[in-house]
Design a protein around this ligand. Structure first.
Ligand code: ZN
Length: 359
């Protein structure tokens, strides 16, 4: 479970490496749900969804105002689904000492996704210094939508990242094998993704899964916990790590984005009203005698709205992908699958003397 202060710190971690542009929000700005542009917004925030009550989401009225005056102030929105979606106010992942971005033009994602990636990799580099830089492959396009050759990677929540390799084998898209894989660091990376981020799904070839599992077991990890993670063990109905063809050369990780998903759900109506997204049921149909196609995505969006800034909306409308983006309601983000507390750690905590309350 991640509570709000921890998440704010986590978002702040990414501030150094992510950059922003007019329609994008940097990860620091993402922390401020709605800054000064909308007065008293904080007082009017309300929680959306059950688990996402950890995250204050602005009201629909505040979102509508922000869209027309300063969309970037909303922070990242992960719209639709990973295989049919869009991305608003993306952050860009920049290369840094512990990682190297392979393809900058497809290194866009939500601020949360980038913060999660940076947090997991930093975790490894701090505990196992001396590694090569981890390769970062495709995340999403700047505004999401279809991206070749992927089926997903459309809504800013998916990332392809490398494994850690032994010296002499390092490089992007190398086969991970008994001979090439740096098992210690690669397991540390997967462990950090599981325990330090809101990972929804991790795709790893089952031959590589076996190597990582053996490493984890040898390092003293709890066997029952590992069985809930590794799909190749066939011990859990919904393993977090699953086999998929083609994932011997890289890891695919998809994150839950508690904030960007809740915000997108809350903003959907306002986006639709302004012709920024096309719901599935309207795609290609006629509404009020108008053809709903890519150029005129919504029949009700063409009238200027009171107080709207035509420029801001037009720029946003032109930037977003023209595919159908389904409405997705927020659902509970499951708790992280954490290993059982180490018995020694529990005993040590109990032995710690309680401090007397200050007078
Ligand atoms: Zn992928």
């Amino acid at each position: 479970m991640l509570h709000v202060p921890a998440m704010w710190m986590l978002l702040a971690c990414a501030g150094g490496a992510a950059k922003s542009s007019p329609l994008h929000v940097d990860t620091v700005a993402a922390r401020a749900v709605l800054p000064a542009a909308v007065p008293d917004a904080a007082a009017r925030h309300r929680a959306v969804g059950s688990e996402s009550s950890r995250y204050a989401v602005p009201s629909t009225a505040d979102i509508a105002q922000a869209l027309e005056r300063d969309p970037a102030s909303l922070g990242s929105l992960s719209l639709g689904r990973p295989n049919l979606g869009a991305l608003v106010n993306a952050a860009h992942m920049e290369s840094a000492k512990p990682w190297e971005v392979v393809s900058p033009s497809t290194a866009w994602a939500t601020a949360e996704t980038i913060a999660f990636l940076e947090r997991a990799i930093t975790h490894v580099s701090e505990r196992h210094p001396g590694a090569h830089r981890l390769h970062i492959g495709d995340l999403s396009r700047e505004h999401g939508g279809p991206i070749r050759p992927h089926l997903s990677h459309q809504s800013g929540r998916d990332a392809d990242i490398g494994y850690y390799y032994l010296p002499g084998s390092e490089g992007w898209y190398q086969n991970a094998s008994e001979r090439t894989l740096d098992r210690t660091r690669s397991w540390a990376l997967v462990r950090a993704l599981v325990t330090e981020t809101d990972a929804e799904l991790i795709l790893i070839d089952q031959r590589v899964q076996r190597l990582l599992y053996e490493e984890a077991l040898a390092s003293g990890e709890d066997a029952a916990w590992l069985d809930t993670l590794f799909g190749f063990r066939k011990k859990h109905p919904e393993p977090l790590i699953r086999h998929a063809y083609g994932h011997r050369t890289h890891i695919h990780v998809r994150f839950f984005n508690p904030r960007a998903q809740a915000l997108a759900a809350q903003a959907y109506e306002a986006l639709h009203t302004r012709g920024l997204v096309t719901p599935r049921r309207l795609a290609g149909r006629r509404l009020d005698g108008r053809r709903l196609d890519g150029r005129r995505a919504s029949g009700v969006a063409q009238k200027p709205l009171p107080g709207s800034s035509a420029d801001v909306l037009a720029r946003l409308r032109a930037a977003l992908p023209k595919n159908v983006v389904p409405r997705v309601s927020t659902s509970a983000i499951p708790p992280r699958r954490l290993p059982p507390a180490h018995p020694g750690a529990v005993a040590a905590a109990r032995a710690t003397p309680q401090l007397a309350p200050e007078q």
